[in-house]
Design a protein around this ligand. Sequence first.
Ligand SMILES: O=C(O)CCC(=O)C(=O)O
Length: 389
Amino acid sequence: MKHISPAGMEPTRAEHAERTATYLRAGEERARELANRGPVRFGTDGSLHPDILKAYWKHGFYVFQGVVGEAELDEFRRDADMMIERAPMRPGADLDRHGRPALGRDFAREPYTLVKPLSDLWGGTAKLNGRHPHQMVQPQPDADAPEYVVFLMYGMCQTMPAALRVYGHPHLLAVAEAINGADFVPYNDAIFVKQAGVGGSVAWHQDGVTHWESPDWDEGIHGFNFQLQLYPTTPANCLWVVPGTHKQGRIDIRRRVVENGGDEKLPDAVPLVCEPGDVTIVNRQMLHCSFANSSPDKRISITMGFHRRRSVLGQRGKLNMGADQIYDEQRVFDRSAVIQVAIDARRQRYPEEAPFRYRPFAGQEDRFRFNDETYERVLRDYNTKDLAI
Ligand SMILES: O=C(O)CCC(=O)C(=O)O
């Protein structure tokens, strides 16, 4: 499905920003009416507050405010900037834009996805199990835009110490436990980089691709993603969701856009506007997207997904993982070990904070302390073991 601009008639970056402004404002108003944001809170029994769970299951998303403080964010921004600076100049290049060897040339999985400025990499293609059927508006970049921009970065627990420590954050893991059960397991992590005036779009999609026809299907079967925001997010650069769509099964996205006159600006969607340090949680069955970032503000979103163990065990690889990969007990254990090492990395840095107790590794903590040996055994190329469903 193509968007409504005829070929060769794409708006310029500035026109795009101007044409979306009213929609962005209206979406922000709609978002304000939903009672689903606040700090992480716990009930009297120490588990996630039931009001938060209720709001999450009702709307399919929640905004946790102020999860990560300014000092930790600063370290994270430095790590993220280092990784952006060390990206290859163009896809397949060995050198970064400073002429140094790009990061990760020896990694088992390429740690970067680069895109043309303001483009839509997946929309209207069969990529990623064809889950993005509609192509988004791809505005014409400004004349001084670079040829390629960093769009996604992978493998953060291997490359960014601040990211590993956030992966072991006790409040986030407590939320994961409350939603996916004490034996919860990881999905993947990815950093969305939407640079000012050039960041690409992510076409409307639902993340899950495995369980739509499952007899056990329910609104939580495909897990969720957290996004930690390193900078303030705005309606122009942030993720948009259609509330409640996690309950609706597989959605005919193409039809929704056609019924909206071919316009990608879906009428009931809301933006996830955040402050730095806020963490959103979004059900992977939600209909969501982000528009080309024609705005002057960058967004860097640290995205970490978690599943119910029973949703992944015995499944075959999907999305970027090959179908020849089977998620057996060993695979699930090996990928989950990253959580335990992350918990220990955090404990070493923040000894005053009570560490999360990850039940699947109870009694095995000493084998999964963060050190040089576990860096090699657990963290190196850990994302070849992601659990994508
Ligand atoms: O943050 C974004 O722009 C896109 C995120 C997304 O689509 C996802 O996490 O599935």
